[in-house]
Design a protein around this ligand. Structure first.
Ligand code: DLZ
Length: 208
C-alpha cells in the first residue's frame, strides 16, 4: 500500500543534462552533512554528472536566500560570457603552442568545451539548512524570513529552488529527518530534495 506521507512513488528522471547548484548552511553540521550526502546520492542516481554539481556553503540558514540568488545570477553571467572566453582561450593556446604541444590541444579544447557547456545557468538550486528551536524568538523569525525569501528568489529568478530547510522543534526531529537517528526509523530528506531538483530541472525545459 502506498505510504500516506512523503513525495509518492519515486519516479526517475534523466538528469544527465542538468546543472545543479547546492547551497548549504554550516550550522548543525552533523545534520547538514547527512542531508547533503542524501541530496548528492539522488542527484547522481538520476544521472547528474559530478562536474555539473556546484557546492557552496554559508555560515547559517539566514544566509541561504542571498547565496541562492547570487549563485544563480553568477551562473547566468558566466553562461553569457563562456562562449567568448572559450574561443579566446583556444586562440591564445594556438598562438603560444609549439607544434609538439598541438597534439594536446584537442584534449585541451575538449575540456574547454565541456567546461563551457557545464557553465550554463543552473537548472535548479537546492538550499539546505537546519534550524533548531531555542529559547528565544530567533527560530521563528529566521524560519519565516528564510522560507519567504527562498520562495521569492525562486519566483523572481524563474529557477526552481528546492526547499531543503528543516525547521526543527527538537534535535531528535533533525536526526530522524537526516536519516541518522539511533532507532533507525528516520528518512533522509536530502534524498527527496535531490530528486525534486532533477524532476523540476527536467520538467521546466518542457514548460518553456
Ligand atoms: C545564530 C543562529 C542560531 C542561534 N541558530 C541557527 C540554527 O539553528 N541553524 C542555522 O542554520 N543557523 C543558525 N544561526 C545562524 C544564522 O542563521 C545566521 O548565520 C547568523 O545570524 C548570521 O546572519
Amino acid at each position: 500500500m502506498a505510504p500516506l506521507k512523503g513525495p509518492g512513488e519515486a519516479q526517475s528522471y534523466d538528469g544527465s543534462d542538468l546543472r545543479i547548484g547546492i547551497v548549504h548552511a554550516r550550522w548543525n553540521t552533523k545534520l547538514i552533512d547527512a542531508l547533503l550526502s542524501g541530496a548528492l546520492k539522488t542527484l547522481k542516481a538520476n544521472g547528474v554528472k559530478e562536474e555539473n554539481i556546484v557546492l557552496q556553503s554559508v555560515p547559517g540558514s539566514y544566509e541561504l536566500p542571498y547565496a541562492v540568488q547570487q549563485m544563480y545570477k553568477a551562473s547566468e553571467t558566466q553562461a553569457a560570457s563562456s562562449g567568448a572566453s572559450t574561443l579566446l582561450t583556444s586562440a591564445t593556446d594556438l598562438l603560444s603552442s609549439s607544434t609538439t604541444d598541438l597534439a594536446n590541444l584537442a584534449q585541451k579544447d575538449g575540456s574547454a568545451d565541456s567546461g563551457a557547456s557545464s557553465k550554463k545557468p543552473f537548472d535548479a538550486i537546492i538550499a539546505i539548512g537546519a534550524l533548531i528551536k531555542g529559547s528565544t524568538m530567533h527560530f521563528e523569525y529566521i524560519s519565516d524570513a528564510v522560507s519567504h525569501a527562498l520562495m521569492k528568489v525562486q519566483m523572481d529568478a524563474g529557477v526552481p529552488v528546492v526547499f531543503g530547510l528543516l525547521t526543527l522543534l527538537t534535535e531528535e526531529q533533525g536526526l530522524e529527518r537526516a536519516g541518522i537517528d539511533a532507532a533507525g526509523k528516520g528518512h533522509n530528506h536530502g534524498e527527496d530534495w535531490g530528486a525534486a531538483a532533477v524532476e523540476l530541472g527536467v520538467k521546466r525545459k518542457g514548460w518553456g
